[in-house]
Design a protein around this ligand. Sequence first.
Ligand code: GUE
Length: 301
Amino acid sequence: MRIEPDVGGQAVATLLDGKATKDAIFAELEPRVSALAEQDVVPGLATVLVGDDPASQNYVRSKHRDCAAVGVRSISRELPGDVSQAELEAVIDELNADPACSGYIVQLPLPGHIDTGAVLARIDPAKDADGLAPSSLGRLVLGEPGPLPCTPRGIIELLRRYDIPLAGAHVAVVGRGITVGRALGLLLTRKSENATVTLCHTGTRDVAAETRRADIVVAAAGVPHLITPDHVKSGAAVLDVGVSRVDGVLTGDVAPGVADVAAHLSPNPGGVGPMTRAMLLTNVVEAAERARGQVLAGRGA
Ligand SMILES: Nc1nc(=O)c2c([nH]1)NC[C@@H]1CN(c3ccc(C(=O)N[C@@H](CCC(=O)O)C(=O)O)cc3)C=[N+]21
C-alpha cells in the first residue's frame, strides 16, 4: 500500500502497515494457541488498570479484543484512581499466584501517589508480558533470554517483515523513555540486530543533524511533528511512535511532508501501536508455552 502524495510528482514512502502485520502475526499465533489447547492449556492475559483515563481504558479494551481474536483468555482488574500501594500490590500478588494468568500488564502511567518501580519489581518475571519489570530489563542489558518490551520488539518485527536491513544500518532513535527509546537502543545493538544506534533526547544539541545521517529514524519523543522533511535523508525509513493530543486530535512525532522524502513510513495510527499489541499477545503465548514446557520437564516428559 502507498500513501497518496499531497503534491504531484514527488517520491512517496511505502507504508509500513502495522495493522496488517499485526493481523498476520495473530494468524501465526492461532495454531500455537490451538496446540496448547490440545494439552488443556489456555494462555491468559490479565490487565491491571488504575483510574479512569479514557485513553488507557481504550488501550486496555483493545488488548482484550485482541485476546478474543487469538483465543487467549483475558482477565481484567480495574482499580479506582485512589487505590493504595498495598491494595495494588495485593492484586499483583494475586495474579502472580493465579495459574489461569500466563502473563499480565500493569497499564502505565500509574497515578502519582503510586511507587511505579515497586509495582513493576513485584511482577513475577515469568509473567511479565510487557518486558518492563526491572529483572526483564536487566536480562536485556545482560543479553539473557527473557520477555522483551513490546513496542521495541514490535518495531524490529515490523522492519524485519518489510525486509528493511538492520545489520550495519545507522538508526537514530529520538526519545530515551524506558518503554520505547532506551529499550529499543538495547535491542538494536544486540549481535542479532547489529545496528548502530544514536539515541537522541532533549539534551541532544542538533537532533536534525543526527537523524539526517540515519538509515532508519524512530521518532518516540512525544513531541508533535518534531520530525520534519529536513530531518530525514532521502530513502530512509521513518517510524512514528510518539503520540500527543493537539486540540483533541491524535498527532504523531512525524510531520506530513516526511512521506515525500522517506522510502518507508510507519504511520501513527496504524503502525507501531498495533505491533505493540501483537508483541504483547506473542509474549503471553510464549509465557504459556514456557510454563507448559516446565510442567512437562518437571514430570520428566
Ligand atoms: N504497561 C503498559 N504497556 C503498554 O504497552 C502501554 C502502556 N502501559 N501504557 C500506554 C501505552 C500506549 N500503548 C499503545 C498500544 C497500542 C496502541 C494502538 O494500537 N493504537 C492504534 C490506534 C488506537 C486504537 O485503535 O485503539 C494505532 O496506532 O493504530 C496505542 C498505544 C501501549 N502502552
